[in-house]
Write a protein that binds this ligand. Structure first.
Ligand SMILES: Nc1ncnc2c1ncn2[C@@H]1O[C@H](COP(=O)(O)OP(=O)(O)OP(=O)(O)O)[C@@H](O)[C@H]1O
Ligand SMILES: [Mg+2]
Length: 558
């Protein structure tokens, strides 16, 4: 099924990602290099004076600039902070040029005063596109109104898509997606030629394994595979795939998971599992022919430890999709402006890996307080949320988003609006029947036979327990049995259950609030009606050892 779905994604229509001035960027299905180039050429021929190209890949951007230089018959000059201005020839030769200056403002003044026609590609310019460099911003705007003759075109190359508000109304942005299979295939052939290695054209698996990498990253991965195996074919798949995992993890925001969890590992949650089964079929070609769009995603709200993360992993394994975990909290780490670049990069990787599952765990941690923080972080949170919402609404590719959240009050209302997710599910504490299933599952996982335990009694005794707490009670019981030099029995697990103070007691009110909220806004993940929460008892919650310890530094009372 996985392969079939991947093939569907490849057959997908390729549509636009060109953003018009004023909008950040538009998401659509991945485009090929030639689509992007055609757009740049169209903009240049439509007399755009300045074009913004958003890409991490300076080499591909230089490739586009060389193509424009050839087709428009204009010389190309490249400015970078490191090398100043150089003329770049189509055969790769570089010659230093005027002005011999590392200050972009001086370079712009020179271009303005110069009577020569040409294309100027300004690399490394993003650190200068902020309000501190007001004069430079003003000059760039000035350049958008250069006279028609002599023909001058300025290309601003930055890693991110967002431009300073002063510029984004005047300058169109072209967002370059990650390379697709045909770009990667070209690169693989190039590596084979450079290293004088055999390249098996039919090694689709090798190219597939590199999807999600930039050209430069893919080149290094292919080259390593070539050095290791002496050829470029299926034998290199494992190495390229592990390089990709390493690179994705290194980005800090995404993690690539090998999910092996199965439907049978999850107790209860029948409605949610059934719904996901149904949606999984929505990725097949038959569903397309029937007129269905690829499913967008699901939001799971609920009580901690009841299987939300487990389900995210099991879905990916069931559909045989790669699983990418996006750490929403980490997206916000770092410098303002980097957050947007982070999320954009992560979403691009997900698109390049489609069909895949993009798992956003504890989404409220990153997205909460969007309103208040818009005053404190210059609106970064709001912009990141905006990027995410637009992407979710408009993505055409089969990226299935599985978002999980525990605290609904922190979720921005925009996220809950119809159209973002196909469905919102509420994952409640397991009912008695589900607790029996969960106990069975975890006993089997510990190589024990559930038939040898009084499961109905244990399930009854553990009212209000989450799946995670049941798993913990079994572990605890096993420790007890082991230290008593006995095989684990019902009594050990029962003792562990009795000595546990479940979250549903300490968090009774928030859980009841969540249930009320979810009743009208979300679908229940389980078929059965929720059980009443165990009555709050008057015994205080047991304290941890460290909580009890007296601080030795408190001065004695007089
Ligand atoms: N329904 C379930 N069936 C089987 N095991 C479960 C179930 N729910 C929880 N568990 C066990 O508890 C562990 C923790 O659950 P999980 O991480 O999926 O909870 P969660 O709902 O994501 O919690 P949180 O909101 O804290 O992230 C799982 O790895 C699994 O072993
Ligand atoms: Mg979780």
């Amino acid at each position: 099924m996985g392969l079939e779905m991947r093939a569907i994604a490849r057959r997908d229509n390729r549509t636009s990602v060109l953003a018009m001035p004023g909008t950040q960027f538009e998401w659509g299905a991945t485009q090929t290099m030639s689509d992007i180039f055609k757009k740049l050429l169209r903009l240049a021929k439509a007399q755009a004076r300045t074009i913004h190209i958003a890409s991490y890949e300076w080499e591909r951007v230089q490739g586009f600039a060389l193509g424009l230089s050839r087709d428009l018959d204009l010389p190309l000059r490249v400015w970078s902070a490191a090398r100043g201005v150089e003329v770049l020839h189509s055969d790769g030769r570089r010659e230093p040029d005027e002005p011999d200056n590392h200050d972009p403002l001086e370079v712009l003044k020179h271009i303005d005063a110069n009577e020569q026609p040409g294309i100027w590609l300004l690399e490394d310019v993003h650190p200068y596109l902020s309000s501190e460099h007001h004069q430079l911003l003003r000059w760039i705007r000035q350049m958008c109104r250069m006279p028609e003759s002599p023909r001058k075109l300025i290309l601003l190359s930055t890693p991110g898509t967002s431009l300073h508000p002063d510029l984004c109304k005047e300058i169109p942005t072209v967002d370059v997606p990650l390379p697709d299979s045909s770009d990667l295939s070209t690169e693989c052939r190039r590596v084979a030629t450079d290293l004088d290695t055999n390249f098996t054209e039919s090694s689709e698996a090798l190219i597939e394994a590199a999807r999600g990498l930039t050209v430069m990253e893919a080149r290094l991965a292919f080259a390593q595979a070539a050095v290791e195996n002496g050829r470029l074919d299926d034998a290199g798949v494992a190495l390229v795939a592990s390089e990709k995992e390493r690179i994705i993890r290194q980005s800090g925001v995404l993690e690539y998971y090998h999910a092996s969890e199965q439907w049978g590992d999850i107790g209860g949650l029948e409605s949610l599992k059934k719904w996901l089964d149904q949606r999984g079929r929505g990725f097949r070609q038959g569903a397309r022919n029937f007129g269905l769009e690829a499913p967008k995603g699901v939001l799971m709200l609920g009580v901690q430890g009841c299987g939300k993360s487990l389900l995210a992993k099991a879905v990916a394994a069931k559909w045989q999709f790669p699983l990418l975990r996006l750490d929403v909290g980490k997206v916000y780490a770092g410098i303002v402006g980097e957050s947007e670049a982070n999320i954009r990069k992560a979403l691009q990787v997900a698109q390049a890996l489609a069909p895949c599952v993009l798992w956003m765990d504890e989404i409220e941690k990153g997205l909460s307080g969007v309103d208040s923080s818009s005053q404190t972080d210059s609106g970064t949170s709001a912009r990141v949320l905006g990027t995410l919402l637009t992407w979710m609404q408009e993505k055409k590719e089969p990226v299935f988003v599985v978002a999980t959240a525990n605290r609904v009050e922190l979720l921005p209302p925009e996220l809950l609006r119809k159209g973002r997710f196909d469905e919102i599910f509420f994952v409640d504490l397991p009912t008695e029947a589900s607790r029996q299933e969960i106990l069975n599952i975890h006993l089997r996982r510990k190589q024990r036979k559930p038939e040898e335990f009084d499961i109905p009694m244990l399930a009854q005794a553990s009212a209000g327990f989450s799946g995670a707490e049941l798993e913990e009670a079994i572990r605890e019981g096993m420790f007890d049995a082991f230290s008593d030099n006995e095989e684990v029995k019902t009594k050990h697990i029962l003792t562990a259950i009795k000595s546990t103070y479940p979250l549903s007691r300490t968090m009774r009110e928030p859980i009841e609030g969540l249930r009320k909220w979810a009743k009208v806004r979300a679908r229940a993940a389980s078929n059965e009606a929720p059980e009443d929460l165990p009555a709050a008892d008057s015994t205080p919650a047991p304290q941890l050892k460290q909580e009890k310890a007296l601080n030795p530094f408190v001065p004695p009372a007089k």
